[in-house]
Design a protein around this ligand. Structure first.
Ligand SMILES: Cc1cc2nc3c(=O)[nH]c(=O)nc-3n(C[C@H](O)[C@H](O)[C@H](O)COP(=O)(O)O)c2cc1C
Length: 156
């Protein structure tokens, strides 16, 4: 069994619920990453919009059981904000990208039914080697559960 770390940021729980499922299916450890800023409600939405055009924020220390390099793989979940993976994931990768193992996957949730593949690929700039796979997941599509199940199956 691979040692799997599932990291997630979630403003309104959609990404958290999906990452919980993935961590459960892969028997991985689930850990939240955050910059500590509260973004609930309409004002929180507005502040997330504004933050999307700022520099990546400082992320709180990750409360993982092992040092990051000791996991076999890391799966990173985040929502799309302003047409790209949210600025919080950029903060995470700017801070911890070098410490991650080579096997990295992204799970990016969004309300639009289009795919954010190209924008996800741009996150590779923060990694030692290109990410191994990703899921660009529309939470509006009825097929979200199926897409998650297929993603998990490929990693099993
Ligand atoms: C500030 C902000 C900007 C967003 N921009 C987009 C966008 O450009 N495209 C899109 O499909 N969804 C966009 N969304 C919707 C979220 O990506 C989507 O609801 C996501 O699944 C929320 O995940 P969460 O519940 O884990 O925070 C945006 C949400 C917020 C808060």
């Amino acid at each position: 069994m691979k040692k799997t770390l599932c990291l997630y940021y979630s403003r309104t729980e959609s990404t958290r619920i999906i990452m919980e499922q993935i961590a459960k299916d892969l028997e991985g450890e689930l850990v939240e990453y955050t910059d500590g800023k509260k973004r609930s409600g309409a004002l929180g939405y507005l502040s997330a919009c504004i933050d999307s055009y700022r520099k990546p924020p400082q992320i709180w220390p990750l409360e993982t059981k092992l040092p990051l390099g000791e996991y076999d793989r890391v799966i990173i979940g985040c929502p799309v904000w302003a047409e790209k993976p949210c600025i919080i994931v950029e903060g995470l990768l700017a801070q911890y990208g070098d410490a991650l193992p080579e096997e990295v996957y992204f799970v990016v949730t969004h309300s639009s039914t289009k795919s954010y593949d190209k924008r996800i690929e741009k996150l590779d700039q923060y990694l030692k080697s290109p990410h191994r796979g990703h899921l660009s997941l529309s939470t509006k599509k009825g097929s979200a559960a199926k897409a998650v199940a297929e993603f998990v199956e490929e990693l099993q």
